[in-house]
Design a protein around this ligand. Structure first.
Ligand SMILES: [Cu+2]
Length: 376
């Protein structure tokens, strides 16, 4: 009798100590893209295309306006708005460098902001376009051996395939597949264009001669092998900033996956862009695969948070990224930003498009607000 009455209490205690919230009893489960049914893939591609047809928010308020980012476009779609957010909050490499504290890269909020950003697109897909699923992840370590030939890029089914490499004779435009030019999927930033991809496993060769670049000849896929990812999750015990630095650095897996896809994912300027356009990963989220990539980044972060008890609440990093100093020694030493320190009360910048959230609200994915988990 006594044992029975204790059981519910015990399960609540266990639930809370596992990081889950008592209110989050039925988390949405994020799945591996390769394991989705055709219906689930279709629902995803349809919802992304649907957002690109919905009107944008006229009340968007840019916060940084780096010199190489255009003003909001009256033609922007709800999908473009989401891209604009990422463009605006890139570290300001301009006379506005003091606003770099609003950056969402190379400082303490990188992992949390991108967790929120990916979740928010999932919410938009569900609320505006009737999407039924959660954000899938691209398990790129499985595909590291042969990214170019992996199924995610070779599947050009016009309804369910998100693959297709760009045509070199047509500005690297992806022509086939559910998000290719023939589908009508189009983007408005930095100028109106179709999705572009430009595969290279040595994507940093053009950066040869840039003094702050670590190794222009590095092979991108060697940074995200299953062994490297396992070591990342198992390493940096209790060391949040060490973990983030090993994940986010120029020659590390997060950036390498962006770089290997090329085109929009690497922020290459579309043909015919004005002079202010400079290659940077500002508009990398034009590439819808960005969200499958960042779902995977978040999944690795979640695995790391749950790997050892001392990882669970580990947190650190500053607010001011040092990227604008173009100095690799600084980038390595201050990979997660300079003082003032980021705190859990720090609010995520959202450009007046969405409700602001704090890092605390995003700390664990199985909490009240996020309430999702990963299938493995
Ligand atoms: Cu980003």
């Amino acid at each position: 009798m006594f044992v029975q009455s204790l059981l519910p209490l015990l399960s609540v205690v266990l639930l809370l100590s596992s990081g889950a919230s008592a209110a989050c009893t039925n988390p949405r489960v994020r799945k591996n893209w390769h394991k989705l049914t055709l219906e689930e893939k279709e629902d995803w591609t349809r919802s992304i295309a649907c957002l690109s047809q919905k009107p944008g928010n006229p009340n968007i308020i840019p916060q940084v306006r780096p010199f190489n980012v255009p003003p909001p476009s009256p033609n922007a779609s709800a999908y473009d708005d989401h891209v604009y957010l990422h463009m605006d909050l890139y570290p300001a490499v301009s006379f506005k460098r003091l606003l770099a504290f609003l950056s969402v890269h190379f400082n303490g909020q990188f992992l949390f902001w991108h967790r929120w950003y990916t979740f928010q697109l999932e919410e938009e897909m569900r609320n505006k376009c009737g999407y039924k699923g959660s954000m899938p992840f691209w398990k790129w370590d499985d595909d590291a051996k042969d990214v170019e030939g992996s199924e995610i890029f070779t599947d050009v089914d016009p309804i369910t395939g998100i693959g297709g490499w760009g045509n070199p004779d047509n500005d690297w435009t992806v022509e086939e597949g559910a998000l290719g030019a023939k589908s009508g999927f189009s983007l408005n930033y930095p100028i109106k264009h179709s999705l572009r991809r430009n595969f290279s496993n040595q994507p940093w060769i053009p950066f040869e001669g840039i003094p702050f670049w670590p190794d222009p000849h590095a092979k991108a896929n060697e940074t995200f092998t299953p062994e490297k990812i396992e070591a990342l999750i198992d390493g940096f015990r209790g060391d949040f900033t060490g973990f983030q630095a090993e994940f986010e650095g120029w020659d590390k897996s997060h950036f390498a996956v962006h770089s290997v896809i090329g085109g929009d994912a690497t922020g290459q300027c579309p043909a015919g862009s004005p002079d202010w356009c400079q290659q940077a990963t500002h508009w990398s989220s034009n590439e819808p695969m960005f969200f499958l990539h960042h779902s995977m980044v978040d999944r690795i972060f979640w695995k790391w948070q749950n790997k050892y008890p001392e990882n669970k609440e580990a947190f650190g990093g500053g607010t001011l990224p040092v990227m604008q100093y173009f100095n690799n020694e600084y980038m390595v030493r201050f990979a997660t930003g300079l003082s003032p320190p980021m705190t859990r009360r720090s609010a995520m910048p959202t450009l007046n498009i969405y409700k602001t959230r704090t890092i605390q609200e995003l700390f664990h994915i199985e909490n009240d607000y996020l309430c999702y988990t990963y299938e493995d």
